[in-house]
Write a new protein. Sequence first.
Length: 386
Amino acid sequence: MKFFLSPPHMSGKELDYIKEVFESNYIAPLGEFVNRFEESIKAYTKTPNALALNSATAALHLALRVAGVKQNDTVLASSCTFIASVAPIKYLGAKPIFIDCDESLNLDVNLLKLALKTSPKKPKALILTHLYGNASKIDEILQICKENDLILIEDAAEALGSFYKGKALGTFGEFGVYSFNGNKIITTSGGGMLISPDKTKLEKARFYSTQARENCLHYEHLDYGYNYRLSNVLGAIGVAQMEVLEERVLKKRQIYEWYVEFLGDELSFVPELDDERANRWLSVAFLGLDKNELFAYEKKDFCVQKKIALDPKISRLIEDLKNLGIESRPLWKAMHMQKVFEGESAYLNGNSELFFSKGICLPSATAMSKDDVKEISTLILKSLRA
Ligand SMILES: Cc1ncc(COP(=O)(O)O)c(C=O)c1O
């Protein structure tokens, strides 16, 4: 491949820090760099408590567990997301209720209200994904959570570096989650972070993340936990990556602007909210999207598997680019269309399906130059006009 979707982009300091880890012999399990990584996330997001973990999926699982979600509880969740946002609901034997998206690909507030009004059982929590680094309508959602005694868990796996009204996405809810998976805005090769304003809850998550071992000399267990902590070697990568996070955000935003400049006449893009600074983790574009077709209906339904077809122009474009060594991808296929969730409840408006068929994630590698983006855009236009 000549251009990947969102490959790792090292700062150059990673190996120096890894060397320090090896010299100290704190290869595992924890060590100075895990602490430093947590401190740097706390400082950047202005949040008081952070827990470094081996994935964002683990962070979501811990958040739900600490939130007290148990078997047969219900949990509301954004439907238009990656499965990792919601799989932990199933780990706990709870039931998801999926909510379709608005024009920004994020949770539709009206459908959330409808779900709360009509759900037979009071949901315990809401997992809110800020998709592709774009902010959800957080002010309204916070208010709804407060009025309905709902625990808000922000899946900001894709949104580290995004801010709304000057506040980091992930810091609005009772829990926030970031991912350092290989394709994220910064990476530790694999890793995640759980943050919370509540020290007691975060410390409970820390306890569960290391097998729920009681504080005594021998191994004593009154509860079960998980093996979810991040290693010190990966913590070292995280510290080096945090040093360039802001640079990466500015570059991702620049790449998005370049695509709008080169493709804006043919493709449409997701706008930012007022007062938002999105990280533009992936530049997402749509072909032939008629905004009048959005919000076609508003209804409660049950999930059914949908073999929904991509618009043939989008699938051909992705194929053409692949043949030229350029990686692009369809958007996430929403959870309510997935076989694995057949029969679960969903509140739908048709938007996720429309976006899925018309959307494409464009190469968004931060090492790309303006000429690279111009070359990719020229090839896109050529494919569309063929
Ligand atoms: C929206 C979203 N949630 C959760 C995850 C899970 O992150 P991780 O791979 O670190 O478990 C990802 C990415 O992988 C994601 O894109």
